[in-house]
Design a protein around this ligand. Structure first.
Ligand code: SF4
Length: 427
């Protein structure tokens, strides 16, 4: 039994759920060997609702004692051995970052798939369900799948609409530029961006806690987008689609769990389209959106810093202390940078970390390779024309509809509450 088999089970469940005969299919697949039953459970969205990554016990080879010290790979100390020496996950340490799922396939670790419980909701169409899609999506489903075609394909699945998270990355770019302006006023000041990457945020919150006071008090673009959609469409549900397992865990964090109801990965979406016979490339174009180049380059490492530096220059051209950005990508690189900060060995004042090599375009659940993903993201950013959100009237209009009348409102905690996160508080 392999993760491949797990994906096959998921596809079968999706197909039969859309056909309306899911219970019969589950009975057909169930074979009582324990392993298949657990794959069925996690592929259909069951199991502990607060957890994301599970060990499938009893899978072939998975519980064998091994000299391979896989537990060393878990930064959070959650891969451990039980009394019999079997490799297991310690739920209280696991934050669902998903780093282990593909690296330690031989331990039969799987991430829960959250789509099947949504299918009835999508088919009934009584409640509007919005798909919000990560900036890295461009090019992932083939060169012919434009944002307009992706929107059309998601509507065929039953979604009410699609919003590009890049629009809210634009909004957070403005907020982060203003946070930098507020917090970095001295050559020794520095700020860690809290944006985008849940692995980076978890590392700071759980391992490098002394740095928490330097982290900017902002939610991620995913959370901002989920909250924005729900503000504009009361009663709506929101499903995030991205390249990352860790977003499934971020969406469950107690202080932000209001924003997003379920998370799918690009690979899962590809499997869903295949299961129900939708080819997005064949569909008519739906409408497009108007995010800036800034929000669109969040998908690759360095994009956040570049977007925020350009926006700060646009807002405060005479500012003496400019952004001196340092970036790290990949868990080891992020660790090194955070350790350097703790030990006073940095000369940057704006620190951006992303848990995956290359940023989100190198995420564990992307479909195309990193270099291609990066090129496509760059081209889409250039296509936007406007580099910063300051000059983007669509972003400014969206902000007004969300209750932010001018940039100063971003620093007013009563007006900008939906974009603020308190990292000092322990969840
Ligand atoms: S999901 Fe992340 S925290 Fe949990 S066991 Fe895997 S690597 Fe460790």
């Amino acid at each position: 039994m392999s993760n491949n088999r797990y994906d096959q089970i998921f596809k079968k469940l999706v197909k039969t759920a859309y056909q309306g005969n899911l219970p019969e299919e589950i009975e057909k697949i169930r074979d009582g060997d324990g392993v298949t039953d657990q794959y069925l459970l996690y592929a259909s969205g069951g199991g502990d609702p607060n957890r994301v990554v599970f060990k499938v016990r009893g899978a072939q080879g998975a519980c064998a004692k091994s000299d391979d010290m896989g537990e060393a790979a878990c930064l959070f100390g959650a891969i451990v051995r039980d009394m019999e020496g079997n490799v297991v996950i310690a739920p209280k340490n696991c934050n669902g970052c998903g780093e282990c799922v593909d690296v330690y396939k031989h331990y039969s670790l799987v991430d829960k798939k959250e789509f099947v419980p949504l299918i009835k909701l999508l088919q009934d169409r009584k409640v509007p369900v919005f798909a919000i899609i990560a900036p890295a999506f461009i090019g992932q489903f083939g060169p012919a799948v434009t944002p307009g075609k992706m929107r059309a394909a998601l509507k065929q699945l039953g979604f009410y609409g699609m919003v590009e998270v890049a629009l809210f990355a634009d909004i957070l770019t403005l907020k982060e530029a203003l946070e930098f302006d507020r917090h970095v006023n001295d050559e020794d000041d520095f700020m860690l961006t809290s944006m985008c990457c849940p692995i980076w945020v978890s590392m700071v919150k759980k391992v490098y806690r002394d740095l928490v006071p330097h982290i900017s008090p902002s939610v991620s673009p995913m959370v901002a987008c989920g909250r924005g959609v729900k503000h504009l469409h009361p009663g709506a549900r929101v499903v995030f689609i991205g390249p990352c397992i860790a977003k499934k865990a971020e969406a469950k964090e107690p202080d932000i769990r209001d924003a997003v109801d379920a998370v799918l990965t690009f690979r899962e979406l590809e499997q869903i389209f295949a299961a129900v016979g939708i080819n997005p490339a064949d569909l008519e174009e739906d409408e497009s959106e108007h995010s800036s180049g800034a929000g669109r380059i969040y998908a690759r490492t360095g994009g956040v810093s570049q977007a925020i530096a350009a926006t700060l220059n646009r807002l405060r051209p005479d500012r003496k202390i400019k952004i001196r950005a340092l970036q790290a990508d990949g868990v080891q690189d992020c660790r090194r940078m955070l350790q350097d900060v703790l030990e006073g060995r940095i000369n940057g004042n704006f620190l951006e970390g992303m848990g995956c090599n290359g940023g989100c375009v190198g995420g564990p659940k992307v479909i195309i390779d990193l270099a291609k993903g990066r090129r496509t993201v760059e081209a889409y950013s250039r296509e936007a024309g406007l580099m910063t959100p300051v000059d983007n009237r669509y972003v400014m209009e969206l902000l007004r509809r969300l209750g932010i009348q001018n940039t100063a409102d971003f620093l007013d905690s009563s007006k900008a509450a939906m974009f603020i996160r308190d990292f000092e508080r322990r969840n």
